[in-house]
Each structure stands twice: as C-alpha cells, then as structure tokens.
Design a binder for this molecule. Structure first.
Ligand code: S3P
Length: 441
C-alpha cells in the first residue's frame, strides 16, 4: 500500500546540519493579520502545508487577493473588516484547529451567514471554547454540541469583552484577540500562559496592546478599530517540526545535529527545557531577535543515560505539541517518568495522550494512563524485534511522525499508515529523514 510507511532499521549514526520548514502558528497568524491590514503584505518561507494552504483558500473566498509563488507570498488586505463576499459562504478549515478557531474571531463582524466546516478529525474537536467567549462580542453561532460545522453570523457593532482563558490555549486567546480588533473599546483577557505569537505580532504591528506578565497568567488589554499596517515577514522555522529531529538525535547512537535558524520563542521551547531535565545536552548558538521572535541555531548530541522526569506542569503548554516525542524519550529513561495535568492532549488532532500510551505499549513499554496523566516505565535496554502496526489515528500528522522516530531509534518492523498526513504541518519531514540517512525511504 502506497500510503503506508514501512521501516525496519535503525538510523545510522549521523553528524548533520539541517533547516526546517516555516512555523505553522506564525504562517497562519501572518496570513490572517495580513488580511486585516490595509495594503500589500509579503512573506518568505511561509509554510506550504495543508493547514496554511487552507488558510489562504478561506481568505480568498472572503475576497482577499493572494499571490503564492515558490518561496514568496503576497496578501493584499482591504483593512479591518474588509472581507468582501456577497453570497452565503462555506469555509473549509480542513484539519486545522488553529485556522478554524482564529478565523472565527475575525468573523464576529461578518455580514452574511458563513458556515465553517472541517475534516473528520477537526469535526470531533471542541469549539464551545471559542464560540462561548465570541458570543459575548455579539456574534451568533449555530452548532450541535460545540462541534463543526458551525454557522456564524456576525454583528455590525462587536462590543469589547472581558474573558478569562483557563486552559492555557493560545488558540482560544488568539481568537478573542482577533475579534477584539473590530471593537470600539478595550477587551481585557486574563490568559493562562501559552504561546505568545499573536501578542508579539500585535506589538510589532503597533496595534494598541498592553500586557502584564504574572507568574501563571498574563493580563492582556487590546484596543480595537486601529488601522493595521502591512507586514513583511520572513517566517522563522518551526520548533515543533524541529523537535522530531532533536529527539531522533537524542535517542540515536553517536550522532550530532545542528538545526539552523529556528524559532526559540520562550513560550515554545518547553521541549528544550524538558530534554535538558532528562539529561540531554543542548546548546543554543547565534541567537538573534526577529520582529519580536527569537531565532537561533540548536546543537544536540545523542545521550546514552536518560534521566526520568516528574514533568513540571508549568511546561505543559510550552511543549503541548511535543509530548508524543517526549514520551519516547521517557521510554528510554532509567526509571519511571510522570506527566500530569495533560487532559488538553486528548483534545488534539487525535486523542494524543491515549495515542502516546498506545504507541509505547505496542513497543513493549509499560504505562499507567489516566484521563489527564501518564506514568511511563522507561527501559534503557529496550530492543524491539516484532512487527508494530500504527493505523486508525485520525491521520494525526504528529502520531505518524513520532512513530517514524520511534521506529528509527528503537528498532522493530514498523508499518505506519497515512504517510500523507505529514502534509498537514511538515511536508518535507521524510525528505529530511532521507538527508540524515540516505538508505531510508
Ligand atoms: C496552536 C496552539 C496549540 C497547539 C496548536 C497550535 C496555535 O493549541 O496545539 O498546534 O497556533 O495557537 P491550543 O491553543 O489549543 O493548545
């Protein structure tokens, strides 16, 4: 079968330098904000994955002019609330929670009814988490139990709101921040810590935003109805994609890797903090600032002795997309690792806490899985000699890619279904694997 990736060998020791595709969160945010600016915004290194292409398609249907060439994208925004469409529209967010939740924020001002739909995975995910706060702006949402499809009808005069984001969800926070752009007055958000790309872009664009950083949450105040200037942006590389290769290196024998020019925004590098706590040596070099974000080269080496971790829960949101990989590291640790307060992981493209445990169990690693936590009984001597089949995982791109990393580092005869799921977030994933070890295809 063409869409099944078969692999039954360990990666050979390597010493490589790689570059990673553009960041998904930043690519989607750049496109959505460019659509609200007055004039032409340009980007290079925009991630050309399905989630981002779906973002561009939705914006085109909303009347935004977009030109996408090889490594270059141009968006001509009509200004705030400048969506231009006449008939009833259906927007398809595909697999992307970020697109679906963030664009709903921009639609609180929509003139006509718009239907928002998504694929099978997205249609089982929760949207009440955004429709509830967005309703308070005055918009109307019709949904069955908070799932897609959702019908939105906006209001001509969205009013500012007060909102307490308790999940540590950057998607919920950003959805409300985007809605706030269209209000006359100040929206106040108290948000449990999560990735802060939207805040940094707002600041860079000169949108009136005040932020007070407290220990466990941030207080954000946004004033709406200010003209947004176009944004020329060189999208930094995605640490969540880079993480697959960091863990590949950490778990391989006698290997070294440099990842060039990757985003090390402090709210995204939970993976680096956690790997360091587990005894893995990582160096950051050539750090620089780019329009509010931090970019650097990351150097990492293989590590024989991995230390188990009682993972501090304040790192959860900063490593939210990397836990499948972190669980693989815990599988090789000498002792029991514990990860808690992680119910949000089961709200992802697939129930990832369950899938993390399932992959480890198939590999022969014992776990104790609860609704929001997992204990992993690591085995540094694990060698897999059996066939492992990974399928029916709702085409979750990160389940596919984490399984490939497990196969290349623990051995065994793996059959991993839904290879094309990589196109959601990281189309060049298998090409980079091949660059690291030519014999893998
Ligand atoms: C994202 C936020 C996270 C993350 C997702 C991208 C974003 O989701 O899992 O892949 O770009 O804001 P939550 O905010 O729901 O945790």
């Amino acid at each position: 079968m063409k869409n099944v990736f078969r692999i039954s060998k360990l990666v050979k020791p390597f010493n490589k330098t790689i570059s990673i595709d553009g960041d998904k969160s930043l690519s989607i945010r750049w496109a959505l904000l460019a659509s609200q600016a007055k004039g032409k915004s340009k980007s290079v290194n925009l991630l050309k994955s399905e989630d981002v292409l779906n973002t561009l398609n939705c914006l085109k249907l909303l009347g935004i002019k977009i030109k996408l060439l090889n490594n270059y994208c141009e968006i001509v925004g009509n200004g705030l609330n400048g969506f231009n469409y006449t008939k009833k529209l259906t927007l398809d967010a595909g697999n992307s929670g970020t697109l679906a939740r963030l664009i709903l924020g921009l639609l609180v001002h929509s003139k006509n009814k718009i239907t928002l739909k998504g694929d099978k995975s997205l249609s089982r995910r929760d949207f009440l988490r955004v429709t509830e706060p967005l309703k308070n702006f005055g918009a109307y949402f019709k949904t069955k139990k908070g799932k897609l499809p959702i019908i939105v009808r906006g209001t001509s005069y969205p009013k500012p709101i007060k909102y307490f984001e308790r999940k540590g969800s950057a998607q919920c926070k950003s959805s409300v921040m985007l809605a706030a752009l269209n209000t006359n007055g100040s929206t106040i958000i108290k948000a449990k810590k999560s990735r802060n790309h939207t805040e940094l872009l707002f600041k860079y664009l000169g949108i009136p935003i005040k932020i007070k950083n407290k220990k466990t949450y941030d207080l954000i105040e946004i004033n709406g109805l200010k003209k947004i200037k176009p944004l020329n942006y060189n999208i930094p590389s995605d640490i969540s994609s880079g993480a697959f290769f960091l863990v590949l290196t950490a778990l391989s024998k006698n290997s070294k890797l440099v990842i060039k020019n990757i985003n090390i925004n402090p709210s995204r590098i939970g993976i680096l903090e956690i790997l360091k706590l587990m005894g893995i040596k990582i160096k950051i070099k050539r750090q620089k600032n780019y329009k509010g974000e931090k970019i650097a080269d990351i150097l990492i080496k293989s590590q024989k002795n991995i230390v188990p971790i009682n993972c501090p829960k304040n790192l959860n949101s900063y490593a939210i997309d990397e836990f499948l990989l972190i669980f693989l590291v815990a599988a090789k640790a000498k002792g029991i690792s514990y990860f808690k307060d992680l119910s949000e992981l089961n709200q992802k493209e697939s129930p990832r806490l369950i899938w993390g445990s399932r992959i480890l169990n198939k590999m022969g690693i014992k776990t104790i899985l609860r609704k929001d936590s997992i204990k992993i009984f690591g085995n540094p001597d694990l060698k897999i000699n059996k066939t492992i089949v990974i399928k029916n995982f709702l085409k979750d791109h990160r389940v596919f890619m984490a399984s490939v990393i497990a196969a290349l580092t623990f051995g065994g005869n793996w059959k991993i279904h839904d290879k094309d799921s990589i196109n959601t977030s990281f189309p060049s994933f298998l090409k980079i694997i091949k660059k690291i070890d030519k014999s893998i295809d």
